[in-house]
Ligand binder design. Structure first.
Ligand code: PLP
Length: 215
């Protein structure tokens, strides 16, 4: 199946309130262009250098999502153009994003990544770190970042009830802060688990292999 077909097919399956981020990491710009021509405007990358070079080559109305782990010293390269940073997992990183956003006269959208998986290899904040990052004392010092919501990755397993439990945990945290903090984005769900993610309250899915094929 073609990339255009896969995008159109996915769009028929996704509810109107769920936004599709096409995860294009490792894929050539010709593949991204095919998705773009099919109407796709949100693209996700997990390496900053790769995102920068694709941004340079591709149409400027694309919204670039950084979905990978971000090293503090690389924030400056994407600060001029990144649309949403999904993997913000420390206060130190949030402060650096704020600093680089200010230098570029921008407010950068961020999602706080929460550790929901069983494996301890995955990045993310715990409940306490999240509460700290969302406290008035911290937020009042960060005028160039906008925290739009939360992001999480479930355990890589076939156990559906385990995945559901982890997504539900994240959805409950999201609801705790949603109204007080004006959050509107819950980024959860990939090719293998997006249906379950949507069922449990996702508003943004990050889908790669179901669109572009295996990496
Ligand atoms: C690669 C990646 C995805 C997409 O994974 P697929 O299984 O190809 O859909 C989603 N989220 C993150 C954080 C990723 O690194």
């Amino acid at each position: 199946m073609s990339i255009a077909h896969n995008i159109q097919h996915l769009q028929t399956l996704l509810p109107a309130h769920v936004r599709l981020v096409a995860v294009s990491k490792t894929k050539p710009v010709s593949d991204l262009m095919e998705a773009y021509t099919a109407g796709q405007r949100d693209f996700g990358e997990n390496k900053i250098q790769e995102m920068v070079s694709k941004w340079e080559e591709l149409p400027k109305d694309i919204q670039w999502h950084m979905i990978g782990h971000v090293q503090t010293n690389k924030v400056k390269y994407m600060a001029p153009f990144v649309y949403l940073i999904h993997g913000v997992d420390s206060l130190k990183l949030l402060k650096e994003i704020n600093k680089q956003a200010a230098k570029n006269n921008r407010v950068i959208n961020c999602l706080l990544q929460v550790h929901i998986a069983e494996e301890d290899t995955k990045f993310g904040m715990d409940k306490e770190e999240l509460a700290r990052a969302l406290s008035p004392e911290v937020l009042s010092t960060l005028s160039n970042v906008k925290i739009k919501g939360l992001m999480g990755m479930a355990t890589f397993t076939d156990n559906q009830s385990q995945i559901e439990k982890e997504f539900t945990f994240l959805k409950n945290l999201f609801d705790t802060y949603k109204n007080t903090h004006g959050l509107d984005t819950l980024s959860m769900g990939m090719s293998g688990d997006y249906e379950l993610a949507i069922k449990t309250g996702s508003t943004m899915v990050r889908i790669g292999s179901s669109i572009f094929g295996h990496r």
